[in-house]
Design a protein around this ligand. Structure first.
Ligand code: FES
Length: 167
């Protein structure tokens, strides 16, 4: 029996838009929780449209085909239209995926949306905060606020020297 559709196979063999856009307006990497494969889209936006899009996927053939198809579907669309692309639409455009490969298609449209989100955040001039360093109370060992002098866990006053830090 045929596992992969012609379209899916064709995109595996000849993926469109592989690579990264150097001066991308939006870029974001996402990881597949099922298999830990990753997918990164970079987009170039002009007049609210996706003028160019590239992807880098470290994953299986199906994931590459999904990325390729998402790129084709998104190119030239407005950001609003592109945001409406769903994982299901991508799987359908590939004429379906084998059941055990369905999880591979659960990333494409989400990853695209993340890249768009990144573009919007950048455009708004918002700089995402650095991953907050965690701080632990030396007494009760609970996470305490970085700034506060008191541990919200045990209520004890904690001096800066006493705090233990971890990433
Ligand atoms: Fe990880 Fe397909 S096995 S995306």
């Amino acid at each position: 029996s045929k596992m992969y559709s012609e379209t899916l196979f064709e995109h595996i063999k000849n993926p469109r838009k592989v690579g990264t856009i150097e001066d991308a307006d939006g870029v974001e990497e996402v990881g597949n929780p099922v298999c830990a494969d990753t997918m990164t889209f970079s987009i170039k936006v002009k007049n609210n449209r996706i003028e160019d899009i590239k992807f880098q996927t470290f994953g299986c053939g199906a994931a590459i085909a999904v990325s390729s198809m998402v790129s084709e579907m998104a190119k030239g669309k407005t950001l609003e239209e592109a945001t409406k692309i769903t994982n299901k639409m991508v799987a359908e455009a590939l004429e379906g995926l084998p059941k055990q490969k369905m999880h591979c298609s659960n990333l494409g449209a989400d990853a695209l949306r993340k890249a768009i989100e990144n573009y919007r955040v950048k455009k708004a001039g918002f700089i995402p905060p650095m991953e907050a360093k965690k701080c632990y109370c030396p007494v009760c060992d609970l996470e305490k606020p970085m700034e506060g002098e008191y541990c919200t866990g045990c209520g004890r006053e904690v001096s800066e020297e006493e705090e233990s830090h971890a990433h």
